[in-house]
Design a protein around this ligand. Structure first.
Ligand SMILES: Nc1ncnc2c1ncn2[C@@H]1O[C@H](COP(=O)(O)OP(=O)(O)OP(=O)(O)O)[C@@H](O)[C@H]1O
Ligand SMILES: [Mg+2]
Length: 247
């Protein structure tokens, strides 16, 4: 059976102050896939994510999440959608004055009326999912870069999102830490059935995790499909990006 689309974008055109940054983008993201957004710096990747989560409004087009058009949606209804998605922004920071557990508890305190003990149990469960049980009482300043990423990930999944948006997960991480993070991402897909929408530049990571990719070149969708399909499409910029022009 074909998996349902959790996100559908049609003819999205968007920009800032009259300058077009995304041009006529259409795409579909299926439940439980890892969808990777690629493209050179300034290509519009982060801008695309911000439109999907309703932080920015497009000039034209439609965006539907969980089968519902989000543009012009009532705020209450949109909040219902936001509760079902998690996000980790580029450079998304932890609050340094708060312990790890408090950072992870923030969304639970904001969006639920759960008792402290329940929240504490959820925090522990999420920390164990990212293999950081021992960091519960630590401060962000006591963590390595890879540990901070994992705590941010635990915070982003605190509310059990169905879709997780992740902008540059491996930025600033060494190859081993980055490959551990990929394992974790694959684990979240498998164990929790999450749909992941990930922006990354890391070739190794893309090859390990991506079910499908989209390649944005100056705001245009020049390819969308699997890596195998990308390879036989012989698009110059994509061949160069993956190093296939040297094969
Ligand atoms: N808030 C903003 N106001 C004006 N222009 C913006 C804003 N945010 C992004 N832009 C512009 O939109 C274009 C796309 O930016 P975006 O951040 O989406 O790129 P990106 O593909 O995520 O790049 P990177 O790989 O460097 O993160 C850039 O030219 C950028 O200058
Ligand atoms: Mg970006």
């Amino acid at each position: 059976m074909e998996k349902e689309n959790v996100i559908e974008i049609k003819n999205l055109t968007a920009g800032f102050d009259g300058r077009t940054v995304l041009e006529n983008i259409s795409l579909e993201i299926k439940r439980n896939e890892i969808f990777v957004i690629l493209g050179s710096s300034g290509g519009g990747k982060t801008t695309l994510l911000k439109h999907i989560i309703g932080l920015l409004k497009p000039e034209k087009g439609s965006i539907s999440v969980f089968g519902k058009e989000i543009l012009n949606m009532e705020i209450d209804e949109f909040e219902g959608i936001l509760k079902r998605i998690g996000m980790l922004f580029q450079g998304g920071a932890l609050l340094n004055s708060m312990a790890v557990w408090e950072n992870i508890a923030i969304p639970l305190e904001q969006h639920t009326q759960l008792e402290n003990e329940v929240i504490s149990n959820i925090v522990k469960q999420k920390l164990s999912l990212v293999n950081l049980e021992d960091a519960y009482y630590m401060l962000p300043s006591e963590l390595s870069g890879g540990m901070k990423k994992r705590v941010s990930l635990a915070r982003a999944i605190a509310m059990d999102p169905e879709i997780l948006f992740f902008d540059e997960p491996s930025a600033g991480l060494d190859p081993i830490t980055s490959s551990d993070l990929d394992e974790l991402i694959l684990d979240l897909k498998k164990k929790l059935g999450i749909t992941l929408v990930i922006v990354t530049h890391e070739l190794e990571s893309i090859k390990r995790i991506a079910d499908r990719i989209i390649y944005l070149q100056k705001g245009k969708n020049i390819f969308c499909g699997t890596i195998e399909e990308a390879k036989i499409s012989h698009i110059e910029e994509i061949d160069r990006f993956f190093g296939w022009d040297k094969d």
